[in-house]
Design a binder for this molecule. Sequence first.
Ligand code: ADP
Ligand code: MG
Length: 351
Amino acid sequence: MSLLEDKSQNTTPISQLGEFGLIGHLTKNIVLTHKNTVKGVGDDAAVIDIGDKYQLISTDLLVEGVHFDLAYTPLKHLGYKAVAVNVSDICAMNGEAKQITLGLAMSNRFTVEALEELYAGIHLACEHYKVDLVGGDTTSSTSGLMISITVLGEVEKNKISYRSGAKVNDLLIATGDLGAAYLGLQLLKREKELFVGNPTIQPDLTGNDYVLARQLKPEAGVKYIKILDELGIIPTSMIDISDGLSSEVLHLAKSSGVGITIYEDKIPVDYTAMNLANEFNLNPIFCALSGGEDYELLFTVSQEHYDKLKKDADFTIIGFVTDASDGNNFIANDGSSHSLTAQGWDAISKK
Ligand code: ADP
Ligand code: MG
């Protein structure tokens, strides 16, 4: 019998709670004791009062076999992505990333040269996002590579955007386009399978540079934060799209105590992603809603900003905020309304 387990108690499989249920369960009794801890668990970053500004802190962990497969992920890209996904969480608070620390665990199958490649990508991202790598920890692992990055950022106090500030009648905006990262992953998986079946086959990735870049080398939404600042817009709520549009819409709605309605015909999908979805016999809107890893920003703004935003192709108005009693809805192209779920919408099987 393990020292750590009390076998007399009933045990609960983690799958019964799911990721968000588990986090909620484990963190529900946390009591914040410091006056300068402004926001703990529950947003894209924690918020600390450091005087004239807020400091933002967020951690992301990437695990080999779970978040990446080295059969098709170049280590340099992986290093870049590990930094970018952390910077993305600072963007989601309307902030600016400043420093990172880096935890690394690797098994003995990794060579110094391989780790140099990983670091080349990390350095490139640090340069690109103007972030200082200021520390970390290094240890061995029995099961491959793990990269844990903690990012520190800053935001002016009056400019912070939480997940919780969406107001009824606000507009819902997505940056860039959605679904491409998921399609990039499907392509890489398909080529890997073909390769395993016949190692003499060369991967056929031509014409798909965009979706591959979206999967392998995503960018954080720093440019969007800058544009919003220039336009004088502070989102009433914001989150980054790491788990798929529908999951993030539900997070904003729940945190803000509102309902959100989105429209199928407004969801931005790149045309190369659209073509590839057809090739895979996937609904491109499903890829946007449930795919994940796009690292775009999803935010709400007051309607007064409509004219400023509609001119900029970087921003797409995809829906609006309602009373919580209206629920979270997906309006399909045929006008039918469907309840939005974390997996997408309840009519997915009717494709
Ligand atoms: P994101 O997708 O923005 O990285 P997550 O969904 O991973 O956010 O986490 C949701 C919230 O829960 C965040 O505020 C995060 O800091 C917190 N969180 C996640 N895992 C843990 C944990 N093991 N212990 C405490 N807080 C956690
Ligand atoms: Mg996030």
